[in-house]
Design a protein around this ligand. Structure first.
Ligand code: ATP
Ligand code: MG
Length: 573
């Protein structure tokens, strides 16, 4: 048994507006090579949204024979932890990509500082002694003019002296800031003298106590790209408005490097989920989920535990392509890809999630008076003959699914009920005769007879049954726990009506079942996904013993959604 491969191949012929730009840049000589970076802030675990960025950053580099490096964007001292850094590298590898190098934005603090002095010297940056709130108010807004700081025109030597003393730790947090001197009346808010350095007496996980001033995102990002030799710097659409500032800094610095180019693309969002580290962290902190790697989390760790193959994430990303239009994708569309892949690779097994005893009253005993054990051959995967068959023990003492029996069958219930004959998959036809109840009147056992002529699951007289059910031999069964999942958020757009996603939390997103499963399931490898017949795909937990997470059910909900959409479309016409 093998889990689906997570090979790092990109998909042939991938084509989108980013690759178009790169192609042109190579053709017209703007760049002679391609280098990209994936720049997460190490303040949380990577989520499915990041997978899109990873797929783009690494994919574009691969397609054009370039390199992609991992840059930990660790300019913010307080919120970052080393714990996240290792996890980020692991998660990227799980997706099938390997960074050419692991770098830290904080490694460039020295160079950035030199460049800051360079800008101050040239009158292109100044130290503002106003507090952060005043600076922010003076920025104005759209249609509201910016107000120039009274410190804006101070002589460069004065700013230089203050900047050096800021760096030396002479001033408390927030006492002053270094700002670029650009244009307080620009239509672009980001060009209204943006802050480059703020004072923060804080310990940094990489640079320790060396710095008490820390660069802002805008001051660090483009320069880091340039230092590393990045050619195409991809980010999400909200940075579109930062691009003029990105370019302004690069235009005014003595760069010994090729100038990188920022390209924005749409964020990946899904229905019924959130992709924001801050929001995901809240779910962890509030103990709504077990942790960042809870199987309900849209983090890459959570998705891995859940059993979503990395190859399905990549296939889905390839399918949706890349554009500059933000869209929220139906999670069912992703699940359809997962189901399609698992159908080809997952081994079929039998598991009973809510066991009800089924006793065959006419089952034979051997000479020693022990019930006979027979073995039935079942295909491991009808989609792949090479996966072969296995022998599954069958006896007269079985477990079936509680919901496969009804003492009084409702209309259109074709499964087992008194007097009704059904097929036990690959074994025999059985007919329910009677039930045993506990004091509360709950059925605890079904007594049935089997027809020895139907061995293998077919009647020689051609008689038919309306239902085929899965089963497990009771003396051979292994105990297991199954977690069944529903959406973590009930609303398609969590927080869509109140602005607070937590208002739309699904209180019953996880159901726990104590299952009886066939013995072969004790051989499954941690993380492997199998199909429990009729119930869905289940992944064995990587840590806990015999704990299975339902990855996805068998029903193609996406097809149903598409049919409904089509129908609505036709009605409109
Ligand atoms: P979050 O809001 O979850 O903290 P972020 O954008 O701050 O996300 P970073 O770690 O700074 O997260 O992002 C690393 C890279 O991943 C950036 O290039 C960012 O644009 C990209 N990215 C983050 N979220 C998404 C998303 N939902 N879809 C596509 N790319 C994303
Ligand atoms: Mg961020």
């Amino acid at each position: 048994m093998t889990t689906p491969a997570t090979t790092p191949e990109t998909f042939p012929g991938a084509s989108d507006f980013v690759r178009e730009i790169v192609r042109e840049d190579l053709a017209d000589g703007t760049y002679a090579r391609v280098q990209t970076r994936f720049p997460p802030e190490p303040n949380g675990y990577l989520h499915i949204g990041h997978a899109k960025a990873i797929f783009q950053d690494f994919g574009v580099a691969e397609d054009f024979g370039g390199v992609c490096k991992l840059r930990l964007d660790d300019t913010n001292p307080e919120s970052e932890e080393v714990e996240y850094v290792e996890a980020i590298v692991e998660d990227i590898e799980w997706l099938g990509f390997e960074p050419a190098e692991v770098l830290h934005a904080s490694d460039y603090f020295g160079q950035l500082y030199e460049w800051a002095e360079y800008l101050v010297d040239r009158g292109l940056a100044y130290v503002d002694e106003q507090d952060a709130e005043t600076i922010s108010q003076q920025r104005g807004g759209y249609g509201a003019p910016g107000v120039e700081s009274p410190f804006r025109d101070r002589p460069p030597v004065e700013s230089l002296d203050l900047l050096r003393r800021m760096r030396a730790g002479e001033f408390p947090d927030g006492a002053m800031a270094l700002r670029a001197k650009i244009d307080m009346q620009s239509d672009n808010m980001w060009l209204r003298d943006p802050v480059m350095y703020r004072i923060r007496h804080a310990h940094h996980h990489n640079t320790g106590d060396e710095w008490v001033i820390y660069p802002t995102y805008d001051w660090a990002h483009g320069q880091s790209d340039a230092i590393e030799g990045v050619t195409h710097s991809m980010c999400t659409l909200e940075f579109d408005v930062h691009r003029p500032l990105y370019d302004w800094f690069l235009d005014h610095l003595p760069l010994p490097y090729d100038r990188p180019k920022q390209i924005e693309f749409a964020r990946l969002e899904f229905t019924h989920t959130v992709t924001s580290k801050r929001r995901l962290k809240k779910l962890v902190d509030d103990a709504v989920v077990d942790g960042w790697d809870d199987a309900r989390m849209p983090t890459l760790r959570g998705m891995r535990r859940r059993g979503y193959p990395a190859s399905a994430i990549k296939e889905f990303l390839h399918e949706i392509g890349n554009s500059r239009t933000n869209a929220r994708h139906a999670f069912e569309a992703f699940e359809a890809v997962v189901r399609r892949q698992l159908n080809l690779t997952a081994q079929r097994r039998m598991a009973v999630l809510e066991p009800l005893r089924l006793t065959l009253t006419n089952w034979p005993v051997d000479e020693a008076g022990e019930p006979v054990v027979e073995y039935v051959e079942l295909a491991n995967n009808p989609e792949n003959e090479d996966d072969g068959v296995r022998s599954v023990p069958f006896t007269g003492s079985l477990f079936i699914e509680r919901e496969d029996f009804a003492e009084v069958p409702p209309p259109r219930f074709f499964r087992l009920s008194p007097g009704r004959e059904v097929r036990l998959r690959g074994a025999y036809f059985v007919t329910a005769q009677d039930v045993v109840k506990d004091e509360d009147g709950t059925v605890v056992e079904v007594l049935a007879t089997f027809d020895p002529e139907t061995r293998g699951g077919n009647a020689p007289d051609g008689r038919r049954v309306k239902s085929t059910m899965h089963w497990v031999s009771a003396p051979h069964a292994v105990d297991a726990t199954a977690h069944l999942y529903d959406r973590l958020f009930t609303a398609e757009v969590p927080g869509g009506s109140t602005g607070e996603p937590l208002d739309d939390l699904n209180p019953t997103s996880r159901e726990v079942r104590h299952a009886k499963v066939e013995a072969a399931l004790a051989e499954v490898e941690p993380g492997e996904v199998v199909q429990f017949e009729r119930l869905g795909y289940f992944a064995l937990d990587p840590d806990a013993e015999m704990l299975f997470h339902r990855t996805v059910g068998l029903r193609d909900e996406w097809a149903a959604i598409q049919r409904a959409q089509q129908k609505r479309g036709q009605q409109k016409k």
